[in-house]
Every structure is written in structure tokens, then in C-alpha cells.
Unconditional design. Structure first.
Length: 202
């Protein structure tokens, strides 16, 4: 192991100071700029992509930020790495939480509203592909009534009739959903269903 004398160490220190080569800490403005830029980029990724894609992208952003810290250190400017990495972590976590609360929460409310009226497979297609501005397309409507229902129901017990109707509606709805249709209306003994919208049938 080689040791330098005190005179040589002092001479190197003086030479570094005279040449302006000494390491300098980054200014607070530069530190804030790097941290905010990294946090915003991580937030954008976290809000735009789901976990399967956002996690590796967030790791890539953290690695890129650390590379910037190393490059600047080689140039004589010292950036603290921990605040930048924490900013990335908080930005990604906040964005993911916001997306879950707004986007996924809204989708779940839509799913709850359409339970029993549209199949989960069709609803998935609707939530992913339906244009907000709407579109024109050909659809098929099916109107189904129970033959002789009026005469059959006269003088019958209302509770018994409701039980029979509910069984009828359950069977009709299951058949409609199984074939990709959407139940649009129950009225009396009538079931109105639509095929071809909101999701296309292939």
C-alpha cells in the first residue's frame, strides 16, 4: 500500500482548489429539479400503466436517476441519491393509488350497475374498446312475452306469480348472457334484449 506524505496531500489539495476541480454539492434548485422531474415521470408511468408494466418502468426510471447522479458526481457535482429515489417511489405510489381510486373504481361501479344484465366478457370488451363519442352499428333486438300470461295470472296469488316470473326472468337472462346479449328491460312478463351492442359479436 502506498502512502502519500502530508506535503504531497496538501499540494494536491491546493492544486485542486486553484484549478477549480474540487467536488461541489448540487444547489438546492438542482436537487429539487431532479427530484421533481423523476417523481413526475414515475407518476405518469404509474397512472398510465398497470402493475405488470409500471413496475419495470419505474425501476428503469430509478436506475436512470441514479445514473444521472453518478454522471454528475464524475463531473464534480454531488447529488444526494436518496431523496431522488424516494421521490420516484412516492410519485409512483401516489399515481397508482389515484388510478385505482378513479379509473378502476369507476369500472367497478359500472360492473356493479350491469350485474345480471350483461355478461362479464361483454362488459370487459365494452370497458376496453367502446368509444366515448359513440358509433353506429347494426343490432338485433329480441322481445319475448309469455304466451297467455294475462289469462294465466288472473285470480292467481301475486306472490306465486312473482315467483314464477322471477324464475322465468332468471332462465331468460342466463340464456341471453350466454349468447353475448344484453338485457335492456323487464316489464310485466316481457323481456327485451339486444345483441351486437355494446360489444360486437364475431
Amino acid at each position: 500500500m502506498l502512502f502519500r506524505s502530508n506535503v504531497e496531500v496538501q499540494a494536491n489539495a491546493i492544486s485542486t482548489m486553484l484549478n477549480g476541480d474540487q467536488v461541489k454539492p448540487a444547489t438546492p434548485e438542482m436537487e429539487w429539479l431532479l427530484a421533481i422531474a423523476a417523481a413526475l415521470l414515475a407518476a405518469l408511468v404509474g397512472y398510465t400503466f398497470r402493475g405488470l408494466f409500471s413496475l419495470p418502468l419505474t425501476v428503469a426510471i430509478a436506475a436512470a436517476a441514479f445514473a444521472v447522479v453518478l454522471v454528475e458526481h464524475a463531473r464534480g457535482v454531488v447529488f444526494p441519491a436518496v431523496p431522488v429515489e424516494l421521490a420516484i417511489l412516492f410519485g409512483a405510489a401516489a399515481a397508482c393509488g389515484t388510478r385505482l381510486a378513479l379509473h378502476d373504481g369507476g369500472n367497478q361501479r359500472l360492473r356493479n350497475a350491469f350485474v345480471g344484465r350483461i355478461s362479464p366478457e361483454v362488459l370487459d370488451i365494452v370497458l376496453q374498446t367502446l368509444p366515448l363519442e359513440g358509433e353506429s352499428r347494426e343490432v338485433t333486438l329480441m322481445l319475448c312475452n309469455v304466451r297467455g300470461f294475462t289469462g294465466h295470472s288472473q285470480g292467481r296469488d301475486p306472490q306465486t306469480m312473482m315467483k314464477e316470473l322471477n324464475e322465468h326472468f332468471d332462465q331468460m337472462s342466463e340464456c341471453i348472457l350466454r349468447h353475448g346479449g344484453m338485457v335492456t328491460q323487464y316489464a310485466g312478463d316481457r323481456v327485451l334484449a339486444m345483441f351486437g351492442a355494446p360489444a360486437r359479436r364475431t
